[in-house]
Design a binder for this molecule. Structure first.
Ligand code: ADP
Ligand code: MG
Length: 186
């Protein structure tokens, strides 16, 4: 099924619907976003149930941006910093900084200030946020939201890592988000 782009009469498209038939599609989507310069200073939220594919998408995006080595998931640390050593450099010539947040276990709002999250979100670089709803009221402006939902399919295998289709929506919320959305067009 080709992606559907909804274009309100007088505005740039702000919503993209698509499908990841398998993880190769997830990777191709991540590669398109990685090629867009707007990704170098953006905040993206990821929504979807446990196992939807949020972390899998983040890993493909980090690889496509030039992050090397083992990519740890931040579940216990809330945030995992990365540096795109083989990728683009930021304004100072330093490698692009990427912060991967997972607020699944975030319960104490005081941690926001104590852990310096406000400063991290204000610093240049890419911020990727799983479970943003658990930090509602604390998160600054979001450029785009990606909603991932596994499609209902007959389980043909009990292997939870097996490739399976996802229904995906990308909502652009700022001009930066609009640039990223444009990069998704074929
Ligand atoms: P989340 O971070 O949303 O809880 P994960 O990314 O940790 O989810 O887990 C998603 C699981 O689904 C992984 O085991 C991944 O290999 C598998 N998977 C199967 N098909 C896909 C797909 N098309 N896109 C992303 N993940 C997929
Ligand atoms: Mg995850």
């Amino acid at each position: 099924m080709p992606p559907i782009v909804e274009t309100p009469a007088s505005a740039a498209p702000s919503l993209w619907h698509g499908r990841w038939a398998n993880e190769a599609d997830t990777q191709a989507f991540a590669t398109r976003l990685a090629a867009c310069p707007a990704i170098h200073n953006a905040t993206l939220t990821l929504q979807g149930d446990l196992g939807a594919g949020k972390t899998t998408f983040v890993r493909h995006l980090l690889r496509a941006l030039g992050v090397r080595g083992r990519i740890k998931s931040p579940t216990y640390a809330v945030v995992e910093p990365h540096s795109a050593v083989d990728g683009p450099s930021g304004p100072t010539g330093a490698p692009l900084a990427i912060w991967h947040f997972d607020f699944y276990r975030f319960t104490d709002p005081r941690e926001w200030e104590d852990a310096g999250f406000r400063e991290l979100f204000a610093s240049p670089g890419l911020k990727l946020v799983e479970w943003p709803e658990r930090a509602a009221g604390l998160m600054p402006a979001v450029d785009a939201d990606i909603h991932i939902e596994p499609e209902d399919t007959m389980p043909i295998t009990s292997d939870e890592d097996a490739d399976s289709p996802r229904s995906v929506s990308f909502t652009a919320l700022t001009p930066t988000g609009q640039h990223l959305l444009a990069a998704l067009q074929p």
